[in-house]
Design a protein around this ligand. Structure first.
Ligand SMILES: C[S@@+](CC[C@H](N)C(=O)[O-])C[C@H]1O[C@@H](n2cnc3c(N)ncnc32)[C@H](O)[C@@H]1O
Length: 253
């Protein structure tokens, strides 16, 4: 950890335009984030020793999860489509004296030839922001050697019925609870945050993972959020559809 004074740490933290993560720094300095990610980190259930492992944190924002994995010994690459200067990542990396690499990239453009493969891929709080969630999971599949952890907003407990009004999906349509469905949020119709797009129910989240060649474990849910651990698998029937969707259909295929 670099030898920064309290005033230097405070100045680095204050210079960040917006903090998403509450992060704890030396000299008792705490970032004014929108939420404290410590509880979510505990649900990731990662081994305390990640030495020798490669971790990819997609949608890293201020990097809380990336820095925690580095602290456990992992080699970490953090990806976000945001310019690092818009987030607290650069300030936190400087304060921690971290080696985590920040790659500004869109999840749709992630390339295993450039980044290599990872033992653990974290995909937390990103899926429901995407216009193409299944494409994103397809992009993550070749990067993932062993474990994908996905966390998302889900619509089971909060299905939007009007602007910022909602009802549990089971009240609206009890028979849909275990069927894979997702709510689409057109810009400005149901929600003030135009970055929220597709909100799956838990069954759809697990089904999306299976369609992208991951074996999903059981979901851990709380409020309107769900977390799923998934393992990469190879199934020729599913792979055939993944491949055909991106290519051309030939005679006899
Ligand atoms: C709600 S924040 C989640 C931050 C962190 N992973 C967490 O769980 O606390 C979503 C992050 O995903 C990033 N993001 C959204 N769409 C993206 C995309 N298409 N490619 C890469 N990053 C994206 C945003 O910039 C933002 O930092």
């Amino acid at each position: 950890m670099p030898d920064l004074t309290a005033a230097e740490v405070r100045a680095l933290v204050d210079a960040v335009p917006h903090w998403h993560h509450v992060m704890r720094f030396p000299h008792g300095v705490v970032s004014p984030g929108a939420y404290d990610p410590r509880e979510l980190f505990s649900h990731l259930d990662l081994p305390p020793d990640l030495r020798g492992k490669r971790v990819l944190d997609v949608g890293t924002r201020d990097g809380f999860f990336a820095f925690e994995c580095e602290r456990r010994g992992a080699e970490v690459v953090a990806v976000d489509y945001a310019d690092m200067e818009l987030t607290g990542f650069g300030a936190a990396r400087r304060i921690y004296g971290s080696q985590v690499e920040y790659v500004q990239a869109n999840v749709y453009d992630l390339d295993p030839d450039r980044l290599g493969a990872f033992d653990v891929v974290l995909f937390l709080g990103v899926l429901y922001h995407l216009r193409h969630p299944l494409l994103a999971l397809d992009r993550l599949r070749p990067l993932c050697r062993s474990l994908l952890v996905v966390e998302s907003l889900v619509c089971d407990a909060r299905f939007f019925t009007g602007f910022e009004t909602s009802e549990p999906l089971t009240l609206l349509a009890p028979r849909l609870a275990d069927l894979p469905v997702a709510q689409f949020l057109p810009v400005g119709r149901f929600h003030s945050d135009a970055t929220n797009k597709w909100v799956p129910n838990v069954a759809a989240l697990r089904a999306l993972l299976a369609d992208a060649l991951f074996a999903p474990g059981p979901a851990h849910t709380w409020g309107d959020r769900a977390l799923v651990h998934a393992r990469p698998v190879d199934d020729p029937v599913t792979r055939r559809w993944v491949t055909m969707d991106r290519g051309l259909q030939k005679r006899g295929s």
